[in-house]
Ligand binder design. Structure first.
Ligand SMILES: O=C(CO)[C@@H](O)[C@H](O)COP(=O)(O)O
Length: 231
Protein backbone atom coordinates (compact mmCIF):
# COMPACT_ATOMS: atom_id res chain seq x y z
CA UNK A 1 0.00 0.00 0.00
CA UNK A 2 1.68 3.21 -1.17
CA UNK A 3 1.36 5.86 1.48
CA UNK A 4 3.58 8.93 1.14
CA UNK A 5 5.64 10.88 3.65
CA UNK A 6 6.37 14.59 3.20
CA UNK A 7 8.76 15.96 5.87
CA UNK A 8 8.16 19.63 6.64
CA UNK A 9 11.28 21.76 6.45
CA UNK A 10 9.66 24.21 8.87
CA UNK A 11 11.33 22.11 11.58
CA UNK A 12 14.66 21.94 9.73
CA UNK A 13 17.67 24.23 10.12
CA UNK A 14 16.98 27.03 7.61
CA UNK A 15 20.71 27.85 7.42
CA UNK A 16 21.39 24.34 6.07
CA UNK A 17 18.32 23.70 3.93
CA UNK A 18 20.12 21.78 1.15
CA UNK A 19 21.73 19.38 3.65
CA UNK A 20 18.48 19.02 5.56
CA UNK A 21 16.70 18.12 2.30
CA UNK A 22 19.34 15.51 1.51
CA UNK A 23 19.05 14.05 5.02
CA UNK A 24 15.57 12.72 4.22
CA UNK A 25 16.00 12.02 0.48
CA UNK A 26 17.31 9.06 -1.49
CA UNK A 27 15.97 5.50 -1.87
CA UNK A 28 13.34 4.63 0.72
CA UNK A 29 13.35 8.24 1.91
CA UNK A 30 10.82 11.04 1.72
CA UNK A 31 8.41 11.04 -1.22
CA UNK A 32 8.12 14.82 -1.06
CA UNK A 33 9.69 17.71 0.77
CA UNK A 34 6.99 19.87 2.35
CA UNK A 35 7.76 23.57 2.04
CA UNK A 36 5.67 25.84 4.27
CA UNK A 37 5.32 29.30 2.73
CA UNK A 38 3.93 31.80 5.27
CA UNK A 39 3.37 35.51 4.73
CA UNK A 40 2.60 36.80 8.25
CA UNK A 41 -0.89 37.79 7.04
CA UNK A 42 -2.81 34.59 6.36
CA UNK A 43 -0.92 33.07 9.34
CA UNK A 44 1.02 34.83 12.11
CA UNK A 45 4.43 33.61 10.94
CA UNK A 46 6.87 34.40 8.14
CA UNK A 47 9.05 31.85 6.37
CA UNK A 48 10.28 31.88 2.79
CA UNK A 49 9.27 32.65 -0.77
CA UNK A 50 9.84 31.95 -4.45
CA UNK A 51 13.66 32.45 -4.55
CA UNK A 52 14.23 29.90 -1.78
CA UNK A 53 11.95 27.38 -3.50
CA UNK A 54 13.89 27.91 -6.73
CA UNK A 55 17.22 27.22 -4.98
CA UNK A 56 15.85 24.25 -3.06
CA UNK A 57 14.47 22.65 -6.21
CA UNK A 58 17.98 22.75 -7.69
CA UNK A 59 19.51 21.35 -4.49
CA UNK A 60 17.39 18.21 -4.12
CA UNK A 61 15.91 15.46 -6.30
CA UNK A 62 12.99 15.07 -3.87
CA UNK A 63 9.95 16.82 -5.38
CA UNK A 64 8.75 19.91 -3.55
CA UNK A 65 5.29 19.98 -2.00
CA UNK A 66 4.68 23.72 -1.47
CA UNK A 67 2.00 24.63 1.06
CA UNK A 68 1.06 28.27 0.59
CA UNK A 69 -0.24 29.78 3.82
CA UNK A 70 -0.54 33.18 2.19
CA UNK A 71 -3.11 35.72 1.12
CA UNK A 72 -3.80 36.11 -2.60
CA UNK A 73 -2.65 32.63 -3.70
CA UNK A 74 -4.37 33.33 -7.05
CA UNK A 75 -1.53 35.73 -7.77
CA UNK A 76 1.41 33.80 -6.26
CA UNK A 77 0.75 30.06 -6.72
CA UNK A 78 1.72 29.95 -10.43
CA UNK A 79 5.12 31.41 -9.53
CA UNK A 80 5.80 28.45 -7.23
CA UNK A 81 5.16 26.06 -10.13
CA UNK A 82 7.64 28.06 -12.23
CA UNK A 83 10.10 27.91 -9.32
CA UNK A 84 10.07 24.10 -9.54
CA UNK A 85 7.38 22.88 -7.13
CA UNK A 86 5.89 19.51 -8.07
CA UNK A 87 2.76 20.15 -6.02
CA UNK A 88 1.24 23.47 -4.97
CA UNK A 89 -1.34 23.74 -2.20
CA UNK A 90 -3.42 26.87 -1.72
CA UNK A 91 -5.89 27.55 1.09
CA UNK A 92 -9.54 27.68 0.04
CA UNK A 93 -10.10 30.36 2.71
CA UNK A 94 -7.65 32.64 0.86
CA UNK A 95 -8.35 31.85 -2.80
CA UNK A 96 -10.63 34.15 -4.79
CA UNK A 97 -11.22 31.59 -7.57
CA UNK A 98 -10.16 28.11 -6.41
CA UNK A 99 -11.30 26.26 -9.56
CA UNK A 100 -9.53 28.66 -11.89
CA UNK A 101 -6.42 28.50 -9.71
CA UNK A 102 -6.37 24.67 -9.56
CA UNK A 103 -6.69 24.57 -13.38
CA UNK A 104 -3.86 27.06 -13.77
CA UNK A 105 -1.55 25.08 -11.47
CA UNK A 106 -2.28 21.89 -13.42
CA UNK A 107 -1.88 23.62 -16.78
CA UNK A 108 1.55 24.84 -15.70
CA UNK A 109 2.55 21.25 -14.94
CA UNK A 110 2.25 20.77 -11.15
CA UNK A 111 -0.19 18.86 -9.00
CA UNK A 112 -2.99 21.10 -7.72
CA UNK A 113 -3.93 20.85 -4.07
CA UNK A 114 -6.35 22.71 -1.81
CA UNK A 115 -6.07 23.05 1.97
CA UNK A 116 -8.74 23.41 4.65
CA UNK A 117 -8.08 24.98 8.05
CA UNK A 118 -9.49 23.04 11.01
CA UNK A 119 -12.74 25.05 11.15
CA UNK A 120 -13.40 24.81 7.39
CA UNK A 121 -15.80 21.98 6.49
CA UNK A 122 -15.26 19.75 3.46
CA UNK A 123 -18.92 19.48 2.43
CA UNK A 124 -19.26 22.81 0.54
CA UNK A 125 -16.32 21.77 -1.66
CA UNK A 126 -17.48 18.30 -2.71
CA UNK A 127 -18.06 19.43 -6.31
CA UNK A 128 -14.55 20.90 -6.54
CA UNK A 129 -12.76 17.66 -5.69
CA UNK A 130 -12.39 16.44 -9.33
CA UNK A 131 -10.43 19.64 -10.05
CA UNK A 132 -7.77 18.65 -7.51
CA UNK A 133 -4.91 16.18 -7.27
CA UNK A 134 -4.72 16.41 -3.49
CA UNK A 135 -6.75 17.76 -0.60
CA UNK A 136 -4.94 18.86 2.56
CA UNK A 137 -6.76 18.70 5.87
CA UNK A 138 -4.94 20.72 8.53
CA UNK A 139 -4.78 18.85 11.83
CA UNK A 140 -3.47 21.93 13.70
CA UNK A 141 -4.15 25.63 13.21
CA UNK A 142 -1.68 26.62 10.46
CA UNK A 143 1.29 28.78 11.37
CA UNK A 144 3.69 26.82 13.53
CA UNK A 145 5.35 23.43 13.84
CA UNK A 146 5.36 21.37 17.01
CA UNK A 147 1.66 21.78 17.91
CA UNK A 148 -0.50 18.99 19.31
CA UNK A 149 -2.53 16.95 16.81
CA UNK A 150 -6.25 17.86 16.79
CA UNK A 151 -8.13 14.59 17.25
CA UNK A 152 -11.38 16.39 16.40
CA UNK A 153 -10.22 16.42 12.75
CA UNK A 154 -10.53 12.63 12.45
CA UNK A 155 -14.24 12.67 11.48
CA UNK A 156 -13.47 15.21 8.71
CA UNK A 157 -10.69 12.94 7.38
CA UNK A 158 -13.16 10.02 7.43
CA UNK A 159 -15.90 11.98 5.64
CA UNK A 160 -13.42 13.16 3.00
CA UNK A 161 -12.22 9.61 2.37
CA UNK A 162 -15.87 8.60 1.91
CA UNK A 163 -16.39 11.39 -0.65
CA UNK A 164 -13.24 10.32 -2.53
CA UNK A 165 -14.54 6.73 -2.69
CA UNK A 166 -18.10 7.80 -3.55
CA UNK A 167 -16.87 9.76 -6.58
CA UNK A 168 -14.17 7.23 -7.52
CA UNK A 169 -11.51 9.95 -7.48
CA UNK A 170 -7.75 9.52 -7.66
CA UNK A 171 -7.37 12.27 -5.11
CA UNK A 172 -4.63 12.10 -2.50
CA UNK A 173 -5.64 13.00 1.04
CA UNK A 174 -2.89 14.78 2.94
CA UNK A 175 -2.85 15.70 6.60
CA UNK A 176 -0.54 18.19 8.24
CA UNK A 177 0.10 19.04 11.87
CA UNK A 178 1.07 16.98 14.89
CA UNK A 179 1.77 13.86 12.83
CA UNK A 180 4.06 11.54 14.80
CA UNK A 181 4.65 7.89 15.63
CA UNK A 182 1.81 8.14 18.14
CA UNK A 183 -0.80 9.85 15.88
CA UNK A 184 -0.12 8.57 12.35
CA UNK A 185 -2.00 5.32 12.92
CA UNK A 186 -5.26 7.14 13.77
CA UNK A 187 -4.90 9.35 10.68
CA UNK A 188 -4.16 6.44 8.35
CA UNK A 189 -7.06 4.46 9.77
CA UNK A 190 -9.38 7.43 9.14
CA UNK A 191 -8.33 7.67 5.47
CA UNK A 192 -5.24 9.87 5.06
CA UNK A 193 -2.57 8.65 2.64
CA UNK A 194 -0.06 11.53 2.47
CA UNK A 195 1.51 12.55 5.78
CA UNK A 196 3.34 15.78 6.53
CA UNK A 197 5.62 15.55 9.54
CA UNK A 198 7.92 18.32 10.75
CA UNK A 199 9.11 17.93 14.32
CA UNK A 200 8.65 14.13 14.26
CA UNK A 201 11.20 13.94 11.42
CA UNK A 202 13.60 16.85 11.91
CA UNK A 203 13.46 16.60 15.69
CA UNK A 204 14.56 12.96 15.49
CA UNK A 205 18.19 11.89 15.89
CA UNK A 206 18.00 10.13 12.50
CA UNK A 207 15.48 11.95 10.24
CA UNK A 208 15.69 9.30 7.48
CA UNK A 209 14.93 6.53 9.97
CA UNK A 210 11.99 8.57 11.29
CA UNK A 211 10.58 8.79 7.73
CA UNK A 212 10.92 5.02 7.29
CA UNK A 213 9.25 4.32 10.64
CA UNK A 214 6.31 6.64 9.92
CA UNK A 215 5.83 5.04 6.50
CA UNK A 216 5.94 1.51 7.91
CA UNK A 217 3.29 2.31 10.53
CA UNK A 218 1.01 4.06 8.02
CA UNK A 219 1.37 1.30 5.41
CA UNK A 220 0.53 -1.38 7.93
CA UNK A 221 -2.54 0.56 9.12
CA UNK A 222 -3.83 1.30 5.60
CA UNK A 223 -3.40 -2.34 4.60
CA UNK A 224 -5.91 -3.35 7.27
CA UNK A 225 -8.17 -0.27 7.19
CA UNK A 226 -10.31 -1.35 4.26
CA UNK A 227 -9.94 1.69 2.01
CA UNK A 228 -7.54 1.88 -0.94
CA UNK A 229 -4.85 4.47 -1.68
CA UNK A 230 -5.19 6.19 -5.06
CA UNK A 231 -1.42 5.80 -5.66
O1 LIG B 1 1.87 23.78 8.01
C1 LIG B 1 2.38 23.52 9.07
C2 LIG B 1 2.16 24.38 10.23
O2 LIG B 1 1.32 25.40 9.84
C3 LIG B 1 3.10 22.25 9.18
O3 LIG B 1 3.63 21.78 7.96
C4 LIG B 1 4.10 22.09 10.29
O4 LIG B 1 5.40 22.33 9.88
C5 LIG B 1 3.98 20.70 10.81
O5 LIG B 1 4.84 20.55 11.87
P1 LIG B 1 4.63 19.39 12.94
O6 LIG B 1 3.29 19.61 13.56
O7 LIG B 1 4.71 18.10 12.18
O8 LIG B 1 5.77 19.59 13.89
Amino acid sequence: MAVQISPSILSADFARLAEEAKAVGGPGGADWLHVDVMDNHFVPNLTLGVPVVESLSRATDTPLDCHLMIEDPDRWAPQYVEAGAGSVTFHVEAAAAPVRLAREIRAKGARASMALKPATPIEPYEDLLPELDMLLIMTVEPGFGGQAFLDIMLPKIRRTRELISKHGLELWLQIDGGVSASTIERCAEAGADVFVAGSAVYGAEDPAAAVRALRATAEQTVATAGWACAH
